[in-house]
Design a binder for this molecule. Structure first.
Ligand SMILES: Cc1cc2nc3c(=O)[nH]c(=O)nc-3n(C[C@H](O)[C@H](O)[C@H](O)COP(=O)(O)OP(=O)(O)OC[C@H]3O[C@@H](n4cnc5c(N)ncnc54)[C@H](O)[C@@H]3O)c2cc1C
Ligand code: FES
Length: 411
């Protein structure tokens, strides 16, 4: 994939994106993990994927490992540098970019999309690549996608940096690799700790602390200059949705459901979508067709289980009564508070200002949960997230939360 997409594109266009060839290694440190990677190795063999199964300790890792599956010739690159290069090329070719412009509604019959500003963008073909499709009612995608957050820290460590890109076979996941920061400092990236969005148990801040503890235990972690979290979707059958969004709209295409592998599959999507728009054949078209309708019993069971959880969350988060008032909120603390007998979401910032919002998700009206790690209001139903002052951080929601000071009331 690297050779087809990122490598050739970056060298053709002269994009400096720190592209390096590296090995990708799945490691196991338990009997269960060992079973998993042996199964994976058998799949590689069947599919003709180049990979090597080794048993025993990996020299590059300081903790005990039982086995590893190594895939050579993989790529590591800086995604923001790569995308910045692509954007420049789009502009050079006459394309227009509109930043900070939220799409809110698709008018399929009239072939235009309405922006939050009220502007209309007309199209011949449109590709919905907004991560969670903002027009998810078309094709009922809110019932076909599940969403998980995961965490990462970039740390200065005092031990030797492992060479490859590592990921554990077992949970809690640990994803390990080296990166170079903007100021040229070599840092070690430790990722993992995923959970369904809006459903973290323990509090979200603990996930960052767990990664830091792991770094201290095994890599003599000195400090953590950067930490962040992100979320990604999985489809019903775990295969991404790339292609025509509904059977009745040929000109509306989508690419989503990358199951945390969207740097690779996102780049691959553009090849497929180009073929579809130009009317070329593509051997993968049916496999990734978003309108495919071949659900296995196991997928249906998984889907029903998730929907039951969504319904339960709707009720429990709505009924929960806050035991705090605004005065109880400490600096940099947020949560549900009682104001005039009503339940609202509050956050006291570091300057002492309090931000109050209505904690009803603007997507389908579910209750929101406070995320103390990232200071946001998160929805466990379909993964929408809002800042402490109510702005949309992640869709499918497109409208902000109602602020209790009335400053964003609709006229
Ligand atoms: C720590 C970490 C490591 C990862 N490692 C890998 C890896 O090794 N390999 C790999 O393949 N993947 C990896 N991933 C996953 C990958 O980053 C994601 O799958 C990918 O970014 C998803 O791409 P996307 O284009 O669908 O969504 P995004 O990257 O989220 O882009 C969607 C864009 O749409 C915009 N948008 C959203 N709503 C609207 C709207 N209504 N109107 C207008 N614009 C909107 C957003 O602002 C955003 O710019 C990693 C992720 C993380 C967090
Ligand atoms: S994301 Fe759908 S109800 Fe909140």
């Amino acid at each position: 994939m690297k050779r087809i997409v990122t490598d050739s594109t970056s060298s053709e266009l002269g994009i400096g994106c720190d592209l390096e060839e590296k090995e990708a290694i799945v490691f196991a440190s338990s009997e269960k993990g060992l079973k998993k990677i042996k199964k994976e190795a058998r799949a590689y063999e069947k599919l003709g994927i180049i990979g090597k199964l080794t048993l025993g300790q990996l020299d590059d890792l300081p903790f005990e490992t039982d086995a590893a599956l190594t895939m050579p010739f993989q790529a590591q690159f800086h995604p923001v540098k790569y995308l910045t290069g692509l954007l420049k090329e789009i502009e050079r070719l006459g394309g227009k970019l509109f930043d900070q412009t939220r799409a809110v509604k698709l008018f399929k019959k009239n072939d235009y999309v309405e922006m939050a500003t009220g502007a209309k963008l007309h199209y011949d073909n449109i590709v919905i690549a907004t991560h969670y499709p903002f027009n998810d009612f078309d094709g009922l995608y809110f019932a076909k996608l599940s969403i998980e957050r995961s965490y990462a820290i970039a740390a200065k460590i005092n031990t030797k940096m492992p060479e490859g890109m590592y990921i554990s076979a077992e949970s809690p996941k640990r994803s390990l690799r080296s990166i170079r920061s903007e100021n040229g400092e070599d840092l070690f990236l430790i990722g993992g700790e995923s959970h369904k969005t809006g459903k973290s148990n323990p509090p979200t801040q603990m996930h960052y602390e767990n990664l830091e503890r792991f770094g201290k235990e095994w890599f003599e972690l000195e400090r953590v200059p950067y930490h962040w979290s992100a979320q990604d979707m999985t489809t019903l059958d775990k295969m991404p949705y790339i292609g025509q969004m509904t059977q009745s709209t040929k000109d509306v295409l989508m690419a989503t459901g990358f199951n945390k592998w969207g740097m690779v599959i996102g780049a691959f999507s553009r090849l497929m979508l180009t073929d579809i728009i130009l009317g070329n054949d593509n051997v993968y078209k049916d496999l990734f067709d978003p309108t495919r309708n071949k659900l296995k019993t196991i997928d249906i069971e998984r889907f029903s289980k998730k929907n039951t959880a969504v319904g339960k969350d709707f009720v429990t988060t709505k009924l929960k009564r806050p035991d705090k008032t605004v005065d109880d909120l400490k600096s940099d603390e947020g949560g549900l508070v009682s104001v005039d007998g009503k339940k609202v979401g509050g956050y006291r910032d570091k300057q002492g200002d309090v931000h109050l919002v209505k904690t009803t998700c603007t997507h389908l009206g579910c209750g929101l949960k406070w995320n103390d790690g990232d200071r946001s209001w998160d929805c466990s139903s379909h993964g929408s997230r809002f800042s402490y002052s109510g702005e949309v951080l992640n869709g499918p929601a497109v409208k902000p939360l109602k602020k209790l000071d009335g400053s964003n009331d609709e006229k």
